[in-house]
Design a protein around this ligand. Sequence first.
Ligand SMILES: *Cc1c(COP(=O)(O)O)cnc(C)c1O
Length: 394
Amino acid sequence: MTDSFHPPQRTLMGPGPSDVNPRILEALSRPTIGHLDPAFIGMMDEVKQLLQFAFRTKNELTIPVSAPGSAGMETVFTNLIERGEKVIICQNGVFGGRMKENVERCGGVAIMVEDEWGTPVDLGKAEQALQDHKDAVALAFVHAETSTGARSDAESLCALARKYDCLAIVDAVTSLGGIQLEVDEWGVDAIYSGTQKCLSCVPGLSPVSFSPKAVEKIKSRSSKVQSWFLDTNLVMGYWGTDAKRSYHHTAPVNSLYALHESLVILQEEGLENAWQRHADNHTAFAAGVEALGLGFVVAEEYRLPQLNAVSFPDSIADGDVRAALLNDYDLEIGAGLGALAGKVWRIGLMGYASNRRNVLFCLSALGNVLNDQGLSCDPAAAVAAARAKYAALQ
Ligand SMILES: *Cc1c(COP(=O)(O)O)cnc(C)c1O
């Protein structure tokens, strides 16, 4: 006989999933109802409105895709890009590489603009590519690169896309709820996010939004969207505004309760307050990291508050430190990805996990584990540095 599975109680400070607010876990356990039940459809309408609030948009086509962030990415590219179309992709980490995969699998041509990992997307290089490829239909980039902790200037990149009559495609998986994001004001045409990062919800859903201009492009396609499941023309038969909703796929009913609850929590806090909380906890955490003698990959002005890429001396055994944190402290931090594998830790302060207790706990635990590994540092001084920052912020 196999026993029931009871996961350990961890503190999640990696690149996602982040700690889930207990209110959301409670919402998840409410009774399952039918996905066409009028009560459920009423809740779906609220989810759409709440997503419009979180994205700061009036876009009608604003829905959660029933699958994780990668499916949101796929939804955007598969609906917008047709065979032979050119897309300029600005890559400064892992996730830009996945955009390339998506464009090519749509039969499109990916024009890559590469930036060094840990730096933001270079506006000059992006503009040069737009000039060199006047026939490009879209400019795509990652707002918050979770693999490096760098923030790119989404507002300016969207303005560039508009100037060259391209659609602006934005990966906001890690930015939504954590840093400023203005879909309408910045002129974003297509955007996707995830629930398990700064929304602190369970993984498995991907909010997306398309501007009227993007919807027009989808409507005027000469070929069918190659994915039946992700075709927004069909999905909107279920998620659209028509009074009569029809079956497309069985919605993940309870996960949508969870998303609804996470967005209600975000609305209660207020977007600006949530962004400020992420900024403040990062400031305190960074002071502690520096007091431990560790460094940051990203220059201060481009650092994401919700994802700290922290570098460490070569003498440190990366895997041993993460294992000790997990085993002794039930604390999860992330490993480096791609070019930064084995060189950095990715320490998340996302959503519900972005709080003072986690900041102080992580500094203390990390400092102690580093001492065990033979790196001389002072965990108490790190905690004191962070507390001093908090005191100064008040
Ligand atoms: C996490 C992440 C994704 C992928 O999301 P999944 O939910 O893991 O599929 C895409 N882009 C960025 C920037 C991410 O951080």
